[in-house]
Write a protein that binds this ligand. Structure first.
Ligand SMILES: Cc1cc2nc3c(=O)[nH]c(=O)nc-3n(C[C@H](O)[C@H](O)[C@H](O)COP(=O)(O)OP(=O)(O)OC[C@H]3O[C@@H](n4cnc5c(N)ncnc54)[C@H](O)[C@@H]3O)c2cc1C
Length: 348
């Protein structure tokens, strides 16, 4: 394991923001991960596990300890009880894994095409898009438990998946380093075309869309919203959606509905959100004075997506935090709803 010093972190993130880390180690296998953990322990350094850097806001000061970047590669495939079991190293790029699953005609992750980041990052916030979540296909997660330094295999239930949460980003945050994820996919399964944008895309099609058609459609729709990292598209220099869709109680929802009515507005209803008492964070942001393209400085809102805060060039983490707070405050004042950020804040 090679430990480097004073490594800039901004280039390792999709927002391209943040200071350096005091120490940095890229780990290609379990033994290297264990060595890096031992290195941090022996020097009493705080440890941060980095995947693809697509869900992070790193502070301008950077990280005072060790950043351990997971680079464990490899995808193994086998058939078991009618399922295609894929074991993927945590450092594999997520979209490469999806491409491979789709090429092998296995259903279950096609709607998650184009999400940036690593395989190991997917269980952390139970990534989801276009009507699918990884929780539906993750069979188990191999992790290093930092409590006792032992490897452990966590089954799906043990991961505690929920909307954008799991044990890895809630009650057991910082306890596990994810090394490998096992997905159970359906060979020859039909793609899930339930989400409104996808249905619209396939309107008028004579033939039933294949998994590959669905992957292409998702990537195309994502690109139109700058939710696909596209070189040369400044609107994709983001951390994706910056706020989670708030989950409200029936009472809170009713209050919000009445507030909207006094302004002559109607809370939009989407089957995918309604089922879970979720409301659109994008709608709240847009109806609080922050429209697409907002801001003329170094940070602003994407011109293609109201929920993406973008670095327009030379923005600092402080700029990002200032805009985040401005949005949260306005939404709270107008709608009485506290928006929770989706990215992880590091070194603040
Ligand atoms: C343009 C864009 C679009 C996006 N669209 C979506 C979307 O549609 N749906 C969605 O859910 N998300 C989306 N995201 C967010 C992000 O891509 C996902 O959350 C992704 O899974 C993060 O993975 P990562 O490897 O980049 O993790 P990082 O950003 O590197 O890390 C995120 C968190 O996970 C932890 N972590 C990462 N790897 C490991 C590991 N191996 N072991 C333990 N902890 C780990 C980190 O410590 C950190 O706390 C989007 C982001 C961007 C930039």
């Amino acid at each position: 394991m090679n430990v480097q010093e004073n490594v800039p972190l901004a280039p390792l993130t999709t927002l391209k923001i943040g200071g350096p880390t005091r120490y940095f180690a890229e780990c290609k296998n379990v033994a290297e991960v264990q060595d890096a953990v031992a290195f941090a322990r022996s020097r009493n350094l705080p440890l941060f596990v980095l995947g693809g850097g697509s869900n992070l806001v790193i502070s301008d000061a950077g990280w005072p300890g060790l950043v351990l970047r997971i680079a464990i590669a490899g995808i193994d495939e086998r058939n078991e009880n009618g399922k295609a079991i894929f074991e993927a190293g945590a450092g594999e790029e997520w979209d490469n894994f999806v491409a491979r699953a789709v090429a092998h005609n296995c259903a279950g992750v096609e709607c998650l095409s184009g999400i940036p980041g690593s395989v190991g990052g997917t269980p952390v916030q139970n990534v989801g898009a276009y009507g699918q979540e990884v929780a539906e296909t993750i069979e188990s997660v191999l992790a290093l438990d930092l409590r006792d330094n032992q490897l452990c295999e966590l089954c799906n239930e043990a991961c505690g998946f929920n909307y954008r949460t799991s044990i890895f980003n809630t009650n057991e945050r910082g306890r596990y380093i994810i090394l490998r994820v096992t997905y159970a996919l359906t060979p020859g399964g039909r793609p899930r075309v339930q989400y409104a944008d996808l249905k619209k895309h396939f309107t008028g099609w004579q033939q039933v869309p294949t998994l590959s058609d669905t992957r292409d459609a998702v990537r195309r729709i994502r690109a139109s919203k700058a939710m696909l990292i596209t070189p040369g598209d400044p609107d994709s220099r983001s951390a994706g959606s910056f706020f989670k869709n708030p989950v409200l109680s029936s009472e809170q929802h009713e209050k919000l509905r009445r507030r909207a009515a006094t302004r002559g507005l109607q809370i939009p209803s989407y089957p995918a959100l309604d089922a879970q008492h979720k409301i659109s964070a994008a709608w709240l942001v847009e109806h609080s004075g922050f429209s697409k393209g907002y801001g003329d400085g170094r940070v602003g809102i994407s011109r293609k997506h109201a929920l993406a805060i973008v670095n327009r060039g030379d923005a600092t983490a402080a700029d990002i935090v200032a805009l985040k707070e401005q949005i949260q405050q306005r939404v709270k004042e107008i709608w009485g709803v506290c928006l929770q950020p989706e990215p992880v804040f590091v070194g603040f």
